[in-house]
Design a protein around this ligand. Structure first.
Ligand code: BJW
Length: 236
């Protein structure tokens, strides 16, 4: 995946679309414990609770009120217009980048609108709830269908592709992420090692702010379109 610009996005880019971030004061982890919903151990211990948590978030995502915002649209425009190629690596499990038109896109933490069978690995599209006692359509295993998301302690997806893309990029941009979760928080170091220019676009300084060469702080719907315009005009 050759791309001059690699962009990492996090929950902050979708906040102005009406989706919650995780670690802000009104974020998801302020209302529910990670250990209760976002680990394989939680799913083994209490599948009812874990399925209810993700079913509720899936219902929220398919609500007509949730739409891509100006930042998602600006990144899709950048991909269309920039000759050197653009890859978006998102930690988000929502589908707002693809709805805005991004095509060169990797969901490293999975996708809420998909389910996976933990028994056979079959991945399927899913817009409705997953039932706790559901049978997998492919292998018949009961109670093994789970959200297609990456929980703590599980290996994120597309790591080889991401590492190769970062190693070959000339600009690495991080948008709307706190830099609290690895390996994504370490991508900026990989980009620096590859000689890339590194830019942080966020509401506030992230936990890895000192690793970036350039910083712009503000709302994603304001600073991302401005950044994209600057890149497309040819100035960096
Ligand atoms: C705005 C804005 C606006 C707001 N405009 N900006 C010790 C050291 C280092 C690592 C570890 C460690 N102990 C354990 C680990 C590894 C662990 C980890 O990183 N833990 C840390 C907490 C320390 N990582 C993992 O386990 C990962 N796997 C892994 O490492 O595998 C390797 C391995 C596996 C097995 C064996 C051996 C090795 C997996 C991580 C999975 C993360 N999963 C989640 C849930 C996904 C499903 C779901 O959505 O429910 O992913 S957790 C959650 O955090 C979600 C997010 O993608 C992820 C990152 O959050 P994000 O996007 O940064 O959101 P926030 O809320 O943190 O930040 C939002 C930012 O936006 C803020 O800065 C705001 O200011 C800003 N903002 N409004 C612009 N309008």
């Amino acid at each position: 995946m050759n791309a001059e610009i690699v962009i990492l996005t996090g929950a902050g880019i979708s906040r102005e679309s009406g989706l919650h971030t995780f670690r802000d004061v009104d974020g998801i982890w302020a209302t529910v414990n990670i250990e209760d919903v976002a680990t394989p151990q939680a799913f083994a211990r209490d599948p009812v609770r874990v399925q209810a948590f993700y079913n509720a978030r899936r219902r929220g995502l398919v609500d007509a009120a949730v739409q891509p915002n100006a930042a998602h649209h600006a990144l899709a425009e950048l991909e269309r217009e920039h000759r050197g190629g653009v890859l978006v690596v998102t930690q988000n499990i929502d589908d707002l980048h693809e709805r805005a038109g991004s095509r060169n896109l990797l969901h490293m933490h999975g996708e809420l609108l998909k389910a996976v069978c933990a028994a056979c690995g079959e991945v399927t599209s899913r817009r409705g709830d997953i039932a706790v006692d559901e049978a997998c359509a492919a292998c018949g295993a009961v109670g093994r269908v789970r959200p297609y998301v990456v929980w703590f302690g599980e290996m994120p997806l597309f790591m080889d592709e991401i590492a190769a893309a970062i190693a070959g990029c000339s600009t690495f941009v991080s948008i709307g992420t706190s830099g609290a979760v690895y390996p994504a928080a370490g991508f900026v170091q990989m980009a620096r090692a590859a000689g890339a220019h590194t830019v942080e676009l966020n509401l506030e300084p992230s936990q890895v702010r000192s690793d970036f060469a350039e910083h712009v702080y503000g709302k994603a719907t304001e600073i991302v379109p401005a950044f994209v315009e600057r890149v497309l005009r040819g100035a960096r």
